[in-house]
Design a protein around this ligand. Structure first.
Ligand code: APR
Length: 227
């Protein structure tokens, strides 16, 4: 059984990380164009470094929840037939030990040089931060608006081939991630959404509920069908 799961900010909400577009969302108080575009970074690099430094520091204070754990159980059972695609830049999925995990929007714990070298980076970052190998300046390894998400070919292939596609905790307004559900639907997968506020996207099955309650139950169900 080939399964692709797409997660968004909602899966980490109950761990204490703010979503982007809910009432008290992360963007509140920040103009997206200032903190999540290459132009914003060019205009006010210090503001952007600070914004991601705060987010990165915040990760030390949060823990994965039952939904993150349940998805790891699914990977353990399915192995190569499983792929977890996350839009999240936190490391809560990573802490489970996934081998089949792609961060399509980058990661807070990584930095990137102008020449495209990716580094693990857990400290604060600013205009004086340098790549220890090349001496280049660094930016957060985060995919901003107007930039191309990562691993799109691999994700596209897996979505076309999957039998179940499940979108968890994502508002479905940011493309190309939002288009993946539609791609799965058109390729005859069963499309499932788990969200306390269903989005009206292309899903055959909508499980209205919070991630920590609904994801473990859904995973149990999929595991039962495997026998
Ligand atoms: N369990 C499951 N879903 C939840 C929960 C919860 N406890 N709480 C909120 N949600 C849902 C909301 O109903 C909403 O549909 O999570 C979704 C969060 O939506 P967004 O804040 O838009 O987050 P996301 O879809 O991940 O955003 C996509 O936008 O700005 C960019 O790059 C950023 O990756 C991000 C992308």
């Amino acid at each position: 059984m080939k399964v692709v799961v797409l997660t968004g900010a909602g899966i980490s909400a109950e761990s204490g990380i703010q979503t982007f577009r809910d009432a008290d969302g992360l963007w509140e108080g920040h103009d997206v164009m200032d903190v999540a575009t290459p132009e914003g970074f060019e205009r006010q690099p210090d503001l952007v470094y600070r914004f991601y430094n705060d987010r990165r520091r915040g990760l030390a204070a949060v823990e994965p929840n039952d939904a993150h754990r349940a998805l790891y159980r699914l990977e353990e059972a399915l192995g190569q037939d499983f792929l977890l695609v996350t839009q999240n830049v936190d490391d809560l999925h990573d802490r489970q030990g996934h081998e089949r995990l792609l961060h399509m929007h980058g990661q807070l714990y990584q930095a990137r040089t102008e020449s495209g070298r990716i580094l693990d980076w857990r400290e604060d970052m600013d205009a004086t931060s340098r790549c220890p190998q090349t001496g280049e300046t660094l930016r957060p390894h985060i995919v901003w608006f107007g930039e191309t998400p990562l691993y799109m070919d691999e994700i596209d292939r897996a979505v076309r081939a999957c039998e179940i596609f499940c979108a968890i905790g994502t508002s479905g307004v940011v493309y190309p991630a939002a288009g993946l559900s539609d791609l799965a639907w058109r390729n005859s997968a069963e499309t499932v959404e788990i969200n306390p506020r269903p989005t009206g996207g292309p899903f055959q099955r909508v499980i209205e509920g919070s991630a920590t309650k609904a994801v473990p139950l859904w995973v149990d169900e999929v595991l039962e069908t495997l026998g």
